[in-house]
Design a protein around this ligand. Structure first.
Ligand code: ADP
Ligand code: C5P
Ligand code: MG
Length: 254
């Protein structure tokens, strides 16, 4: 019986190929069928906001099967071998936290930056993001927490550029005292060594000094959509969902 499996997979692959075009190199192991977009390119929505603004909360709800660390697309159809992911969610912070757990040469650099509330060199962060994107068949990526400074923007422009279209920058606006309260609450269960008062203060400072100019830069390009996130989760989610779905309808071919 098991000897029939490779043949069956190849046959199904041929049918799917005929229906959807080129299959991604990850088709056989993950059975992901790439989704087609209007221009044949991958698209991204950058999701920015201060620490504790609620980025991870809304993104994971938009994408329940993806936990942001690079192994979960938001699968639309789970029938048989056909898995079409219109969108996928990746969090730069989650990708970095997953990488620092590995026995990787970068682990120490990542750990030092995260635990002190500073930024990891963009070459490391972008490398993880690119690998995550390449392993996904999704048409639109929700990318939480990137780009966060000039170094991130420069690496993106050089390493990805027009290869992935930046559709929108979704900016979650929230007063700092609300974000601080949320971080202190989250810190009781998150196990994150940067969810402390001292590191949170450093992260807010970096957010104001380094991330806000990036938001302002995209604002001048007309790409920023602001959503107030100091409101009940359901209200924030509904507004974000409408924005993301509208963008998806524009970009994804049925
Ligand atoms: P971020 O990813 O932007 O740092 P999170 O999504 O992890 O933020 O949210 C930080 C904390 O605040 C979490 O404990 C989360 O449950 C909580 N939270 C998120 N959004 C809201 C909201 N709209 N109202 C109240 N609490 C929220
Ligand atoms: O977004 P999140 O709060 O999960 O990020 C946690 C930490 O990961 C940041 O404070 C920073 O140290 C690191 N990070 C980074 N560059 C990014 C995103 C996150 O250095 N683009
Ligand atoms: Mg987060």
């Amino acid at each position: 019986m098991s000897s029939l499996l490779p043949g069956a997979l190849a046959f199904a692959g041929t049918i799917l190929y005929a229906k959807y075009g080129a299959l991604s190199s990850t088709f056989l192991p993950s059975r992901v069928v790439p989704v087609k977009t209007v221009d044949g390119k991958k698209h991204v929505i950058f999701v920015l906001g201060g620490p504790g603004a609620g980025k991870g909360t809304v993104c994971s709800r938009l994408c329940p099967s993806g936990d942001g660390d690079g192994d979960g697309d938001c699968r639309k159809g789970r029938g048989g071998l056909t898995v079409r992911s219109t969108h996928a969610f990746f969090s730069a912070g989650d990708l970095l936290r997953a990488e620092r757990k590995r026995d990787s040469p970068c682990a120490r650099v990542i750990n030092d930056a995260i635990s002190s509330g500073s930024f990891v060199p963009a070459s490391i962060t972008l490398g993880l993001i690119k690998s995550a994107f390449e392993g996904s068949g999704a048409g639109v990526f929700l990318l939480d927490g990137f780009p966060r400074n000039e170094d991130n923007v420069g690496a993106w422009e050089e390493g990805v550029g027009g290869g992935v279209v930046v559709d929108l920058v979704l900016f979650l606006e929230c007063p700092e005292e609300t974000m601080l309260g949320r971080i202190m609450d989250r810190g009781r269960t998150s196990g994150r060594n940067d969810d402390t008062l001292e590191v949170a203060r450093k992260r807010f400072e970096n957010f104001r000094r380094e991330t806000m100019p990036i938001v302002n830069k995209y604002e001048k390009e007309g790409k920023v959509v602001r959503v107030r996130s100091d409101r009940p989760v359901d209200r924030v989610y509904d507004e974000v969902e409408e924005i993301v779905v509208k963008n998806m309808e524009r970009v994804i071919l049925a």
